[in-house]
Design a binder for this molecule. Structure first.
Ligand code: SAM
Length: 324
């Protein structure tokens, strides 16, 4: 369980695209080393361990290393979609590496990501369009099933205008607008994600009802919509920042407005490994319904309803409290 050799061997293999390079015909250690600009004896040592753990097979006659069915899962085009979580040049794989500094996070509560990369996660993504794209792709992959569920299982038809706060490149908003033709909406996110969302809406023929705003959710939000959505946002933040985001929604919402929080909820499907990741990467955490309701109440938002909305996700619906 605890040895780092195996997870790191798998991550380096994914980063060097060994499965794609070897293909079903396989390749020698020499060829893989030459193609990747790595040292042949070191590549052989890596491949030997990948054989031991069942990720590659070795054909002794030809000296070819071939990916097994297990190994093929880390290929770029494999349906499992795990490569971005393993490739250390992708946002997800890069973030996972900060787990080596977990002791510091557990000691101080501060995110190891900042310690390792000297920038907060979101600022780090801003330094590289490739990192940002890999993050958005990972977000899209993880919500392939959930986005349509969120669109259909929650009653969005009561509303006329939605602001998807931190809505990424627009996957969830596009799904909601497709399912509810009378609804209009905007994504608010950091500039690269907002630009990508604009492209998505145009490509999907939604640009007459959907738009994107570049900005920070710590600044005033587009005002006057009747519903503000926070999908997988609050768990990225500690309590003080989560309150700031909720208070921003509360201030921007129309009278009688609604704030919908959708995320994994502790005790209702939140995963302990993801919880630890949120702490290590962002200083965030998974919360119970009561904890989320408590944060929202501090911001003048009263919990009206909560329930499962998608695989691993709960929707909490908050109304603006009278005199809140
Ligand atoms: C975990 S992703 C969730 C994306 C989307 N809501 C979803 O559920 O697929 C968090 C999003 O928050 C955005 N974000 C982070 N800091 C932000 C800020 N200060 N202002 C606006 N968006 C921010 C990120 O760019 C990212 O798209």
């Amino acid at each position: 369980m605890a040895g780092l050799a195996t997870p790191m061997a798998i991550r380096v293999a994914a980063t060097l695209s060994l499965v794609e390079r070897a293909g079903s015909a396989g390749a020698t250690a020499e060829r893989l080393a030459s193609e990747t600009g790595t040292a042949t004896p070191a590549m052989r040592c890596l491949l030997d361990h990948l054989v031991t753990i069942g990720v590659f097979d070795l054909d002794l006659k030809s000296g070819h290393f071939r990916p097994t069915d297990l190994g093929a899962q880390m290929s770029e085009d494999a349906p499992e979609g795990i490569k971005p979580l393993l490739d250390i040049n992708s946002a997800g794989g890069r973030a996972e590496l900060a787990f080596v500094d977990l002791l510091g996070t557990i000691t101080t509560g501060a995110p190891a990501y900042v310690h390792r990369y000297e920038r907060e996660f979101w600022a780090d993504l801003d330094t590289s369009p490739q990192l940002r794209r890999s993050f958005d792709a990972q977000m899209n992959w993880r919500f392939q099933v959930q986005a349509p569920q969120i669109a259909e299982r929650f009653d969005w038809s009561r509303f006329s205008e939605i602001v998807d706060v931190g809505g990424g490149d627009g996957l969830v908003l596009a799904a909601i607008l497709h399912a509810h033709p009378d609804l209009r909406g905007r994504v608010l996110d950091l500039s690269p994600a907002a630009i990508a969302a604009t492209g998505r809406f145009a490509a999907a023929g939604l640009d007459d009802r959907a738009g994107a705003v570049s900005g920070s959710f710590f600044d005033p939000l587009p005002a006057g919509a009747d519903v503000y959505l926070l999908s997988d946002i609050l768990h990225d933040w500690d309590d003080d920042h989560a309150r700031e985001i909720l208070a921003g929604c509360r201030r921007a919402a129309a009278p009688n407005g609604t704030v919908v929080v959708i995320e994994p909820v502790r005790g209702e499907g939140a995963d302990t490994a993801i919880d630890l990741f949120m702490l290590m990467c962002f200083g965030g955490r998974e919360r119970t319904v009561d904890e989320l309701a408590g944060l929202a109440a501090d911001c003048g938002l009263m919990l009206h309803d909560s329930g499962p909305v998608a695989e691993g996700r709960t929707a909490l619906e908050f109304g603006v409290a009278p005199h809140g």
